[in-house]
Design a protein around this ligand. Structure first.
Ligand SMILES: Cc1cc2nc3c(=O)[nH]c(=O)nc-3n(C[C@H](O)[C@H](O)[C@H](O)COP(=O)(O)O)c2cc1C
Length: 182
């Protein structure tokens, strides 16, 4: 099972990107994680889309379409989705052959605040739901107060955080299988 990882943060020291990289080692047997680059995708413009998609957008759409599932690590910006993540979602959402159709998705969020991105996840579910992506309902994973849970190299130091992510990934495999049967 090929999973595409997307981090909604472009920051070098991003906690979301660090947690996503950690997921590579936590993947259950038979599942692999490849992390997408979204920082080079230009801002969405329907005129540009119509004239011919820029290469990074084309590449991203193809990667989402080819993946068995998509794992999103979402920072919370002003109670909602970061612009770079929403932009990538939008590029992949335009017909024909929008990439999110029937795509199994799992999400988690990391925040420096105590709630761990409690609000962004519900906006993401709303956005992806109307694109007919199928977001794993549970477990919900919110990594709050993130600076105390990673070392300076971005490795997870908090055992509960590692366990929450392990449980999320363990639930994602059967969810992918179940959604692919539909
Ligand atoms: C524009 C902006 C808005 C933010 N809004 C929120 C917010 O609504 N809730 C929250 O918990 N953190 C918020 N933060 C702080 C982020 O949690 C923090 O920057 C976090 O480290 C971002 O994720 P990253 O480490 O993966 O880049 C905001 C940060 C930025 C830059």
């Amino acid at each position: 099972m090929k999973v595409l990882g997307i981090s909604g943060s472009l920051r070098k020291a991003s906690y979301n990107s660090a947690a996503l990289r950690a997921c590579r080692e936590l993947m259950p047997q038979g599942m692999t994680l490849e992390i997408a680059e979204i920082g080079d995708i230009p801002m969405f413009n329907q005129d540009v889309f119509d004239a011919g998609m820029p290469e990074p957008a084309k590449r991203f759409r193809a990667a989402v379409s080819a993946a068995d599932g998509v794992l999103i690590a979402a920072p919370e910006y002003n109670f909602s989705v970061s612009p770079v993540l929403k932009n990538a979602i939008d590029w992949a959402s335009r017909p024909p052959n929008q990439s999110w159709q029937d795509k199994p998705v799992a999400i988690f969020s990391c925040s420096q605040g105590p709630l761990g991105g409690a609000r962004v996840q519900y906006d993401l579910r709303r956005i992806l739901g109307q694109l007919w992506a199928h977001v794993l309902p549970r477990p919900e994973v919110f990594i709050g107060s993130a600076p105390g849970k990673f070392d300076a190299q971005g490795k997870i130091t908090d055992e509960s955080t590692r366990k929450f992510l392990t449980d999320l990934l363990a639930g994602f495999g059967p969810w992918i299988t179940r959604m692919q049967k539909k």
